[in-house]
Design a protein around this ligand. Structure first.
Ligand SMILES: Cc1ncc(COP(=O)(O)O)c(C=O)c1O
Length: 453
């Protein structure tokens, strides 16, 4: 008999070692039939409520992955699921790129009005983060007679052909796919912990900002990339897949200024940072920057496939057929997204992100005090990372230790994902409770002791 799932459980309950017999069957079938992707752990889910998941063998796990930062309101949020079920009873798909319906227009209005800044915006609906980035590439190309793009080393913008050209967080994402889209230049990111200049960006944030911006101005733009040919600069408010790296305060403001000086569109890729993950609607709001283009996905519809590219109305294609798709803005995903917005507007979820994020970071820093192989603890809101090093002085990447840590955690019932070469990301649903954060930290501490004994 499986116990009933409340969603309030604060500790995992492992009854059968993972993967249990039911999970193993699914894992085996998957390996036979599903293409290789990025699978991390042999956990096969059966049910989920809030931040708690039950696997197919009756184990109760704490989910600090939220479906890779997607189910921000928690698994099976009742209001979202109810709204979707009601919508499903009347109309599911109506080809929103060719015909009309209210939820699509209404969601666009609300997204456009939520975007930072007073400019009028327009919305192109997509089905994923990468597709939102593809749309941003097309908006940028369409609106300016420029064909070059800038992005950061360590960036992640998706894995499709265009978006993948902007991605540069791991060689495996690019190997055997060259030539990628021509015209992309990657430049060093203002990574406070590890940067090409060896600056301690926590102690000297201004120096790091000046060097990174100066490198662009004085070297990139003066030696090989004419800035007046650059259509757009793709950025992540917090570098995500590349390691949850928060740049020093003021960095993005300087970068936006530089972009404005050269007529370069500033793209904030909010696929991971958007919809409350950092404690504000959009991660870029921490930086007082108004992006020209914003890309969204993941948390926007709490698990229903959806993405959006939100851009200055004056950049709109204005010509039918220049861009379109079939599923973008479908009724189910739009309904889910509208409900997500309602919930985020009504409930004190951003306060929870702030409070739980602080507790999580504090707890990880306490673990770091006892175990120096936890080289860095960083992040913003509920986008937190513990970075494992071979030696805190050299900051060498302890990829092997990190991978063992993820395994030791899921074996104990805590679901985690990697980021960067040696980081572990903590991205629970934004509704995670204080007790669940404590429970997760307890498990993690135990795992650290086991791995680094
Ligand atoms: C910042 C960012 N952009 C784009 C993507 C790609 O999104 P998707 O996997 O939905 O295509 C991701 C996915 O992790 C992301 O973190």
């Amino acid at each position: 008999m499986m116990q009933s799932l409340m969603g309030t459980e604060a500790r995992p309950n492992i009854k059968v070692p993972i993967p249990g017999p039911n999970a193993q069957k699914i894992v085996d079938k998957d390996h036979e039939w599903v293409a290789t992707t990025t699978k991390t752990s042999p956990i096969a889910g059966k049910r989920g409520i809030g931040s708690v998941v039950e696997d197919v063998d009756g184990n109760i796990l704490l989910d600090f992955t939220a479906g890779i930062g997607v189910v921000n309101l928690g698994h099976c949020h009742p209001a979202v699921n109810k709204a979707v079920q009601e919508q499903m009873a009347s109309l599911v798909h109506f080809a929103g790129t060719d015909f009309y319906y209210e939820v699509q227009a209404e969601l666009a209005r609300r997204l456009a009005e939520k975007a930072p800044g007073a400019k009028r915006r327009k919305v192109f609906y997509t089905n994923s983060g990468a597709e939102s980035v593809e749309a941003a590439i097309k908006v940028a190309k369409w609106s300016a007679d420029r064909r070059q793009f800038l992005a950061f080393q360590g960036a992640f913008h998706g894995r499709t052909a265009g978006a993948g050209s902007l991605t540069a967080s791991k060689p495996v994402q690019r190997a055997r796919f060259f030539p990628t889209m021509p015209g992309v230049t990657h430049v060093p990111y203002a990574n406070p912990y590890r940067n090409v200049w060896g600056i301690d960006g926590y102690d000297e944030p201004e120096e790091l900002v000046s060097r990174t911006i100066g490198y662009l101005e004085d070297f990139v733009f003066k030696t090989h990339l004419p800035p007046d040919e650059v259509a757009a600069f793709f950025t992540e408010p917090v570098q995500g897949e590349g390691g949850y790296i928060v740049p020093p305060k003021g960095f993005y403001k300087r970068l936006k200024g530089l972009c404005e000086d050269h007529g370069i569109l500033y793209v904030a890729d909010e696929v991971q940072t958007g919809f409350g993950r950092t404690g504000k609607w959009f991660g870029i709001e921490h930086e007082e920057v108004e992006p020209d283009i914003m890309t969204l996905a993941k948390g926007i519809a709490n698990g229903f496939p959806m993405g959006a590219c939100v851009f200055d109305a004056e950049l709109d294609f204005g010509v039918k057929g220049a861009h379109s798709n079939t599923y973008g803005g479908n009724l189910i995903s739009c309904t889910a997204a509208l409900t997500v917005m309602d919930v985020l507007e009504k409930e004190p979820i951003f306060d929870n992100v702030e409070a739980r994020g602080k507790e999580l970071k504090k707890g990880l820093m306490e673990i770091q005090e006892d175990e120096p192989r936890v080289g860095d603890v960083r992040g913003r809101g509920l986008m937190v990372c513990a970075d494992f090093v071979t030696d805190p002085k050299t900051k060498g990447f302890d990829t092997e230790g990190r991978d063992k840590m993820i395994e030791a955690s899921w074996k104990r019932g805590l679901m985690l994902l990697p980021c960067g070469k040696s980081g572990i990301r903590f991205i629970p649903p934004l509704v995670v409770s204080q007790e669940q954060v404590e429970g997760a930290l307890e498990v993690f501490r135990d795992a650290v002791k086991a791995v680094y004994a």
